[in-house]
Design a protein around this ligand. Sequence first.
Ligand SMILES: [Zn+2]
Length: 394
Amino acid sequence: MRDGVWGSLVGQEELAAGLAAAVADPARLTHAYLFTGPPGSGRSTAARAFAAALLCPDGGCGECRECRTALDGSHADVEVVNTEGLSIPVKQARELALTAAHHPSVGAWRIIVIEDADRLTEQAADALLKALEEPSPRTVWMLCAPSPQDVIVTIRSRSRHLSLRTPPVEAVAALLESQGVDAAMAAYAARAAQSHIGVARWLARDESARARRHTVTRIPFELEGLGSALRKAASLHEVATSEAAAEAEQRDVAEREELLRLNGADPTARAQPPAIRGQLNQLAKEQKARATRRVRDVIDRTLVDLASVYRDALLVSVGASGVDLVNPQDAGDLQRLAGTTSADALLLCLEQVDTARTRIGENVTPLLALEAMLVGLHQLQGDLARTSTGRGPR
Ligand SMILES: [Zn+2]
């Protein structure tokens, strides 16, 4: 049962068994599923594996054409929606509703995977309701989101909920090893990524990613004053922005050329005809939205890294044994941080980081949120040291 397409679900044995059983007995299928789980737990991988298993003549062998094309999203009857912008617009939702009404073209099922169902606007969700409620009998919806609460309630109540757990660090490390990463690197990457499969893979393969993570996780040990707090905020922001830009650049240019090519225009021409200009403007708008989201995503990931240091220091501070540190390489510095900062203050530090994440998620200018966070962290850290030197808590 763990072979074939289910092999790609790391640490989700129970879920895989349930899905395989539904594939084997279509009477158990329902028309809409909601996959939830923490980022990097493999929500969309699970949805794609399920889609492949439904379309595969052997229930998900992982090798046939149906399986391969369903997994990589190129199957004619599998529509995978991944949002690049901050939300899924109503126009796209209407198109999906139309797609859902059609019978499958080659396979037994038509499957629509929405990778970020939490990004459906209320209007977009409304446009989907009818299609979710009375779909064509051969259509299956697979929605993915971090948690059920992230999805508009009318959508949530119309789908069957399946939850993924955070995969164990060992399972993620084993996956990396099976993909050719050496054992020590696999263990480091899985631990540092806190079981986020995509991040672990990226850390294992990309030296600059490890360097960036290192810079971020050193911040708590290098906060020396208000000035340094503000400088750290600026550099955090800079790192995230340039990473997002580097990633976007190539793709943006390629997309523009593709659009021009499809319209039979000359990509090297300095001015384009009016009909094409409209489309180019639209594309530029989408690319800008994507870049904004990308910067926020990268910042969010760096904040998860930063929080892991305060979490580790808190574990050291309360003497928790038997719990693995995310950053064992910094054991000495973590001891010192726990020695100068009380457990209460460390908890508040974690809250500061969490607040910054929430605020950035709510569209506060990232740099401002980062500055407020680092100033807060600077004020919280070292409370014990201040008391003992007679300066008193802040
Ligand atoms: Zn197959």
